[in-house]
Design a protein around this ligand. Sequence first.
Ligand code: ASP
Ligand code: CP
Length: 311
Amino acid sequence: MTYPRKHLLAIEGLEPPHLADLLDLAESYALLNRSGKTQRDLLKGRTLINLFFEDSTRTRTSFELAGKRLGADVINMSVSTSSVNKGETLLDTASTLNAMHCDLLVVRHGQSGAPSLLSQKVDAAVINAGDGTHEHPTQALLDALTIRRHKGRLEGLVVAICGDIAHSRVARSNMHLLTTMGSRVRVVGPPTLIPAESARLGVEVFHDMKAGLAGADVVMMLRLQRERMSGGMVPSAREFFRFYGLDAEKLAHAKPDSIVMHPGPMNRGVEIDSAIADHLTRSVIGEQVEMGVACRMAVLDMLSRQLPRNR
Ligand code: ASP
Ligand code: CP
């Protein structure tokens, strides 16, 4: 097994063997989870702290579940009721947690680069659980695992990532992971929501859903992240749905066996029609959540191998 770093801060820079090893390990945890077994000796005596400065349902709970299934002591720090409200800085908060000998620190923050900054100040292995518009590495891993389980591979697949690409750390991590693993990635959305760096990242840009979805194996929908937008970047939810919302008519342009993904949370009727989100054979949104637990177990396992014992 290869993993070259102490922390998991980004997908960018990881190479195919690192990603393949993480996905293979995650696959073994997916099977373990389905069997109902746990492996509580693996992280016994280790402490994992979830430090979320932004809202989360899936990521926070799945890191908690992953840590517990591997036997770690898991603490969820509620930032909204913490001393951050009394003016304590991010770095002082982290130093406080560090003094408690935390081994694994899972951080979500609204500022791009915050987990990286923390990783330079604490002894713990830091895992980025989403930072601003930068990256959400464990989301890309769980998306890749879900795709691999359905399509048997990543190489050569046409993956269309649609909607608000500019504000999406999910899109950025997926672009890095999927292009590294040989997928053909397209980004589809209005010009105001496509980042300028897309060409540098080796992806094709489309502004029309029918053209962008033509022949796609995977259709990944993203939420309009209004909390990160300044000014009116999109006209109205209704108009956005008409041009960019995924419904049966637009999905008909993708391959007949294409799968539909969404990282969640969904805004039904804005970027995705309910009938598609709940489609029994095409939608794999529930499986993405299941694979999230397996991928996070794999990441905790991999990083803990490099932690010193008895800190
Ligand atoms: N939950 C994902 C994130 O935190 C996607 C989203 O919020 O739209 O980046
Ligand atoms: N996909 C995702 O990160 O979901 P949460 O924001 O609910 O954690």
